[in-house]
Design a protein around this ligand. Structure first.
Ligand code: ATP
Length: 229
């Protein structure tokens, strides 16, 4: 279980994230929604430890998350972060090794994920020779390649066509069966379709949180108000 407790981040005078509490449970997919600038990316960076909080804490299974805990997490950052001039298979194996996988395991797993996305015959192509949709597939493969213990995905479906979204969902549901998954999205139909839980952020604060079924039963679900305006 991955959780945030009164997580807060200031940038100068501006409070971007304000005492955020959230819990992402194993085997459940949690959607993280909110308008532009609500603080989703800043919160996710703190969960991953790439940005320190001004105050508050991130916990993994109830105790403060360590760097070693986070090495097991899979992260798809907003700014992406793959290497455009690196071959696909090499790149995925590299990420697996960074997270502690052995050499042959890393290679096998990279091959398996490329096959899943029908990119097996492009294993030796450079990333920047792929379409943007295919680059995005490789990006999610990079988050999954070390069999993560938790997944934090910043807008993983943005810019994808419906076919690519479905392929990614199938992979997520297959790979992330027992682990906590948090992803941010502006696509509310998608959140309603695949998430178990939703956390709604506005102005850096959690304004609503609960199961999709509970929130959807409200006459005007609060996440629709916050995101659509
Ligand atoms: P989006 O959906 O547009 O990605 P978001 O919900 O992810 O938005 P954040 O990117 O977390 O929101 O930004 C929250 C607020 O914090 C914004 O006002 C943003 O300008 C500010 N902010 C984020 N990072 C920094 C930074 N490094 N320095 C100063 N301000 C920042």
């Amino acid at each position: 279980m991955l959780s945030a407790h009164a997580l807060t981040r200031d940038f100068g005078e501006r409070r971007a994230v304000d005492r955020v509490d959230l819990t992402v449970r194993p085997g459940r997919i949690t959607g993280f929604v909110g308008a532009n600038g609500a603080g989703k990316t800043t919160t996710m960076r703190m969960l991953m430890g790439v940005l320190g909080p001004s105050s508050g804490e991130v916990r993994w299974h109830g105790r403060p998350a360590t760097a070693e805990d986070r090495r097991g997490f899979g992260y798809m950052p907003e700014e992406r972060g793959l290497y455009p001039r690196m071959k696909l298979a090499e790149q995925l194996a590299f990420f697996a090794r960074l997270h502690g996988a052995g050499r042959s395991e890393a290679r096998a797993r990279a091959g398996e994920l490329l096959e899943f996305f029908d990119l097996g015959d492009r294993a030796d192509d450079l990333l920047d020779s792929l379409s943007l949709g295919n680059q995005q597939r490789v990006q999610i493969a990079a988050a999954l390649v070390h069999r993560p213990t938790a997944l934090v995905l910043d807008e993983p479906f943005s810019g994808l066509d419906p076919h690519a979204v479905d392929a990614m969902l199938e992979l997520l549901q297959r790979e992330a069966g027992e682990i906590p998954v948090l992803f941010s999205s502006h696509q509310l139909d998608l959140v309603e379709r695949i998430c178990d839980d939703v956390v709604v952020l506005a102005g850096g604060r959690v304004v609503s949180a609960g199961s999709v079924d509970d929130l959807r039963s409200q006459e005007t679900p609060s996440y629709r108000v916050e995101v659509v305006g």
